[in-house]
Design a protein around this ligand. Structure first.
Ligand code: HSE
Length: 423
C-alpha cells in the first residue's frame, strides 16, 4: 500500500472519528486539519494543536498533501476549496452529500480532466457500504429500483411517535436532546438530506445524472399522531422513504416523501436512527443493505475505507482505477410527481351528515380513483368525523384534482393528510 499524506477539512464528529480510526493505519499520515475555530478544546488524547489551521487553502495548496478528506459539509466555501484541490492534482474523499448532489457534475468533470478521483462512500448512509458495491461488484446489473430509509433523524422521530404515541414536536425535541437532530432540523425533517442521498444513489445506479431540483420532496412535519394511529390500525407504519425507479419508457422517477409502509415490508422493520437501502437489479434480484447511517465510528469506517482503497490503487498505478472515475454524462429524464402512479392514504375530517361517504366515493370515482378501504370510527364530540380512505393505484394528478373537488364540498371540513402507500 502506498503511504499517503492527507489533509482533513472539518473536525466535528465525523472528522474526529476519522482521526481516531486512522491511528491504526501507519500508511496514512494526517498532515494538517482545517477547522473554523483553532482555539476550541478538542476531546482527543495527546492532540497536537499544531496540526490545526483555520485556512483550508493552506491544505489544498500544500504540495506535500496527496489526498483531501472533506467532512465539513455545505457548498460555500467548500466547493471552491475542493476545486482548488483538484486543480492541484489532489484526490478527494468526501462525506458531503449536498455538494455532490448540487455540484457533482462540475466536480467530477474537473476530476476527470485532472486525472484525480473523488470517493464518497460516507456521503450516503454513513457506515453502510453502498457506493463502492454499486460501482464495482454490482456493475454487471441493470438496477431499476431503489427504496430506502436514508435519514436517521426522521426515522428516529417517526419511530418514537409510533412507539410512545408522541407528537411530532415532542419527538423532535427528544431527538435534539439526544444529539440526533440539529438545532435547526430543517435539512433532515424536510427531506433535503435524504433527497441529496437518493440523487447520488440514483445517478450511480441508473447511470444517468439526476437533477436535484427535479426531485419531488416532502418532509415529515405534517405527520400527526392520528396518521400514525390510523396507519397502525390499517396494518402500516409511516416512514420517510427515498425512492428512485426506472420506468418502462426509460424515464426516471426520483422522490422523497413519507409513506405508509406495510408492516410485513422489510423497510417497516427498520427503526430508530438505522438506515436501510433496498435495491432491485438484473440479474442479482433484490438486495438489502442495513446499518448505521450516521455517527463518528460508522462514518469513519467509510471514509477510512475509501482512503485505504485509494492507497492500494496508487501503490500499483498513478492512474486511478476506472471504477473510481465518474462516467455519468447522460442526463436523466425525470418525471413530474403529477405523472406518477401510487396507492394513497387520504385522511379527511367531515361533518356528520348523511351521504358524506357517498360524496367522497362519487368524487373519487369521477377522478378515476378506486377506493380499496374506507374507515370511520364513530363521531367526534364536535359532531365531525375522521374518515380515512385507502385507494388502489391511481395517478397523482387525478388524486390532486379529487382533493380540490372534495374541499369544495360543504360536508368536507378538511383534508388532513395525503400520503402514498407502499405494500
Ligand atoms: N443527518 C443525517 C441523518 C446524517 O439524520 O441521517 C448525515 O447525513
Amino acid at each position: 500500500m502506498k503511504s499517503l499524506n492527507i489533509g482533513i477539512i472539518g473536525f466535528g464528529t465525523v472528522g474526529c472519528g476519522v482521526f481516531e480510526t486512522l491511528k491504526s493505519f501507519n500508511e496514512i499520515t494526517v498532515k494538517k486539519i482545517a477547522v473554523k475555530n483553532i482555539n476550541k478544546k478538542r476531546n482527543i488524547e495527546n492532540f497536537d494543536n499544531s496540526l490545526l489551521t483555520d485556512n483550508p487553502y493552506e491544505i489544498v495548496n500544500n504540495p506535500d498533501i496527496d489526498v483531501i478528506v472533506e467532512v465539513a459539509g455545505g457548498i460555500n466555501p467548500i466547493f471552491d476549496v475542493l476545486k482548488t484541490a483538484i486543480n492541484n492534482g489532489k484526490h478527494i474523499v468526501t462525506a458531503n452529500k449536498e455538494l455532490l448532489a448540487k455540484k457533482g457534475s462540475e466536480l467530477f468533470s474537473l476530476a476527470k480532466e485532472k486525472n484525480t478521483v473523488i470517493l464518497y462512500e460516507a456521503a450516503v448512509a454513513g457506515g453502510i457500504p453502498i457506493i463502492m458495491p454499486i460501482k464495482t461488484i454490482l456493475c454487471a446489473n441493470k438496477i431499476t429500483k431503489i427504496a430506502a430509509i436514508l435519514n436517521g433523524t426522521t426515522n428516529y422521530i417517526l419511530t418514537k411517535m409510533a412507539e410512545q404515541e408522541l407528537s411530532y414536536e415532542t419527538a423532535l425535541k427528544q431527538a435534539q436532546e439526544l444529539g440526533y437532530a440539529e438545532t435547526d432540523p430543517t435539512g433532515d425533517v424536510e427531506g433535503f438530506d435524504a433527497s441529496y442521498k437518493i440523487s447520488i444513489l440514483s445517478t450511480i445506479s441508473f447511470n444517468k445524472r439526476i437533477d436535484i431540483n427535479k426531485i419531488y420532496r416532502e418532509g415529515i412535519t405534517k405527520i400527526t399522531p392520528q396518521d400514525i394511529k390510523s396507519a397502525k390500525e390499517l396494518g402500516y407504519k409511516i416512514k420517510l422513504i427515498a425512492m428512485g425507479r426506472v420506468l418502462d419508457d426509460g424515464k426516471i422517477d426520483v422522490r422523497v416523501h413519507p409513506m405508509l409502509v406495510a408492516k410485513k415490508h422489510l423497510l417497516a422493520k427498520v427503526n430508530n436512527a438505522t438506515n436501510s437501502i433496498m435495491l432491485s437489479g438484473y440479474p442479482v434480484g433484490d438486495l438489502v443493505f442495513t446499518g448505521a447511517g450516521a455517527g463518528a465510528e460508522p462514518t469513519s469506517s467509510s471514509v477510512v475505507g475509501d482512503l485505504l482503497v485509494l492507497a492500494s490503487e496508487l501503490e500499483i498505478t498513478n492512474s486511478p482505477l476506472p471504477q473510481s472515475i465518474c462516467t455519468h454524462n447522460e442526463t436523466a429524464e425525470q418525471i413530474d410527481i403529477g405523472d406518477t402512479y401510487n396507492d394513497y392514504y387520504i385522511s379527511i375530517t367531515t361533518s356528520n351528515n348523511p351521504g358524506t361517504i357517498g360524496i367522497i366515493g362519487t368524487i373519487c370515482g369521477k377522478n378515476n380513483i378506486n377506493i380499496s378501504t374506507i374507515m370511520q370510527k364513530g363521531i367526534n364530540k364536535d359532531n365531525t368525523a375522521e374518515i380515512v380512505v385507502l385507494t388502489e393505484t391511481s395517478k397523482e394528478s387525478d388524486v390532486q384534482n379529487a382533493l380540490k373537488e372534495l374541499i369544495q364540498s360543504e360536508s368536507i371540513k378538511n383534508i388532513n393528510n395525503l400520503l402514498r402507500v407502499m405494500n
